[in-house]
Design a protein around this ligand. Structure first.
Ligand SMILES: [Zn+2]
Length: 351
């Protein structure tokens, strides 16, 4: 008798059907069922029900969870439908394809199939309709260069960065993170890089010498690090990066700003201003003494007659001599243009 807690044929069919017989590997979506030329009743299959938590413990098993009962392990909830190629890939690499990632991919695959069925659309259209607001959480680390491009690139892709943040944002973020990692190993004597993906931000940590990423921009030479940092700095995707030195480590956080809360989650160096704050005139910027840059979140619907309020704000901010980021939601174009014209060194972020 097999010691593996295999799926029954009925369970495999449920797993496959709920994914529309499409591969659940993020971005694949291959159809895994069709007619065979052998006979008029033969079927060609190239899909497999893979265990999210492995069917048996021991060598070669992936993601085995000792706390699961046999019923849980053989339940459709523990299965994800894959084409043969991707099934083999996820079963061979437990460190890359974690339980959290596969559970999220299963959810995405089922929702994508549902959208295709309901809206009569293609896989690509369904993926773009699906609301990927959050990244899939994950944490990896590595101790030398050689595979940094692949490791960082795959981690971002597996965690839905392309679908959640968009292709352009993923590319800009990936290039920047890889250059930071290379810089840390080559010039900073780092011995470890940690990459952590949270729902709303991506954090890269190295244990090398102190390095503020703004130094990449000061380089006059056209080098990879300079180009990646400059592209990041001038991005029009609402990508924002912060830096801090803590516990003898460099900590770089990247977020895509879509709402005021994203700014507040990214950095404590933020100030959400209300009309009352303006009127009282009691804004206290001294709390930002240790910040490299400050994010000022303006109230919604400022009007032209509120320009005076912004001028007061500007005079206070200028005294700080820090990089200023103005975050706004809905302000008339000509007023935004006025802010930009008056303050060309401020970064303006529309949410
Ligand atoms: Zn596939």
């Amino acid at each position: 008798m097999s010691e593996r807690d295999d799926f029954s044929e009925a369970t495999k069919k449920i797993i496959a059907s709920r994914a529309g017989y499409l591969c659940s590997f993020l971005g694949c979506g291959q159809l895994t069922l069709g007619p065979s030329n052998e006979s008029s009743t033969s079927i060609s299959k190239n899909g497999m029900a893979c265990h999210i938590s492995a069917a048996s413990p021991g060598r070669g098993s992936r993601r085995y969870n000792f706390e699961m009962s046999i019923e849980e392990r053989t339940h459709a909830n523990n299965g994800i439908w894959m084409c043969y190629d991707h099934g083999k890939l996820i079963d061979d690499d437990e460190s890359r394809f974690t339980t959290d990632i596969l559970l999220k991919w299963k959810e995405i695959a089922e929702q994508t199939a549902k959208i295709m069925q309901e809206r009569k659309c293609t896989y690509e259209d369904a993926i773009s309709i699906y609301n990927f607001s959050n990244l899939i959480t994950d944490k990896i680390s590595f101790n030398n260069l050689g595979h940094e491009t692949e490791i960082i690139g795959n981690t971002l892709k597996d965690c839905c960065t392309e679908i959640s943040w968009g292709k352009k944002s993923e590319n800009i973020t990936r290039d920047y993170l890889i250059e930071l990692a290379r810089n840390a190993f080559i010039h900073g004597s780092a011995t470890e890089i940690e990459l952590e993906i949270l729902e709303d931000k991506i954090i890269l940590i190295d244990n090398g010498n102190e390095f503020n990423p703004k130094k990449l921009l000061e380089s006059k030479k056209i080098r990879g690090g300079f180009i990646a940092a400059e592209t990041f700095q001038n991005n029009d995707c609402n990508l924002v990066a912060t830096y801090k030195r803590d516990y003898n480590k460099n900590i770089y956080s990247i977020s895509k700003i879509r709402k005021a809360e994203d700014v507040e989650s990214l950095t404590p160096c933020n100030l959400r201003i209300t009309y009352d704050d303006f009127r009282k005139g009691t804004l206290d910027f001294s709390i930002f003494e240790h910040c490299n840059e400050i994010f000022v979140i303006l109230p919604n619907f400022l009007t032209p007659s509120d320009i005076g309020l912004i001028i007061n704000l500007r005079d206070e901010l200028l005294k700080l001599e820090k990089q200023i980021n103005i975050v706004y939601y809905d302000i008339s174009e000509h007023l935004v243009k006025w802010i930009i014209d008056e303050n060309p060194y401020w970064r303006i972020i529309k949410i």
